[in-house]
Write a protein that binds this ligand. Structure first.
Ligand code: ACO
Length: 214
């Protein structure tokens, strides 16, 4: 079994670390974090800042990398992934209680929390996080760096653009396309294409403002 490095030792990183160990995906965890001086977080060592990731990889301190930066900093999520792509191998954690159809494709660096369903021909691109109980129906594509909150429900043939944040319990009907850098609020219902990036809420969704987290 391998050693996983996680960038970000906050709550998200700690959750991913626990899934990775308790669900038997990795044998050890190490953190990198630009914002803590702690040497150990939740029992896992912090090896340094993000500028030490490459040198620690070269010293064999870990095997694979995952970015644990959440929806409040989605641009940083993307930028860390791009900084290390092709230099450090990305890992993934797909919780064993989730169902992934054999025809689905999962990218690098993805995290699938417990009790998710990823149906036939779904394409989840690199560095996407699916939070607990999210369902993605057949032939849907989730582009890179997206953050899906708990219990998001997506119907078939949907296209979600990169760096999109889907709020808890939102619903997207079939054949809809959502442009990149969009944020959808909690419990919202998307019934037609979203062609302008921004923040949307309600049922059916309405645009409220530009998206500050992108
Ligand atoms: C494991 C985890 O925890 S993962 C994270 C899960 N968390 C989420 O999914 C959070 C999703 N966030 C939301 O839904 C937030 O309400 C946001 C991002 C949509 C907006 O937050 P804010 O920027 O603080 O907006 P604010 O509260 O000022 O609301 C702006 C307007 O939108 C309305 N509004 C905000 N959120 C919603 C919503 N989810 N549904 C309907 N209307 C909403 C407000 O009533 C307000 O309307 P008004 O101007 O007519 O009074």
């Amino acid at each position: 079994m391998k050693i996983l490095a996680i960038i970000g030792s906050g709550e998200l990183g700690q959750q991913i670390a626990n899934f990775a160990i308790n669900d038997n995906h990795y044998k050890e965890i190490v953190f990198f974090d630009d914002f803590t001086e702690e040497k150990v977080v939740n029992g896992y060592p912090v090896l340094g800042k993000s500028n030490q990731v490459k040198s620690e990889y070269e010293k064999d301190s870990f095997d694979e990398l995952i970015i644990a930066i959440g929806y409040k900093h989605i641009a940083a999520r993307k930028s860390f992934f791009e900084r290390f792509k092709g230099i450090i191998p990305f890992g993934s954690v797909v919780h064993s209680t989730s169902h992934v159809d054999s025809t689905a494709r999962l990218g690098e660096g993805i995290v699938v929390y417990p009790m998710c369903i990823i149906d036939a021909n779904v394409d989840v691109k690199d560095n996407v996080l699916l939070n607990i109980g999210t369902s993605i129906a057949h032939d849907t594509v989730i582009q890179q760096h997206c953050f899906l909150s708990p219990r998001v429900a997506i119907a078939g043939f949907v296209k979600v653009g990169e760096c999109t944040i889907l709020g808890i319990n939102c619903t997207i009907i079939d054949n809809v396309e959502i442009i990149k850098n969009t944020q959808i609020g909690a419990g919202a219902v998307v019934i037609k294409d979203i062609v302008e990036s921004g923040l949307y809420v309600g049922n059916p969704v309405r645009y409220i403002r530009a998206n500050d987290s992108i």
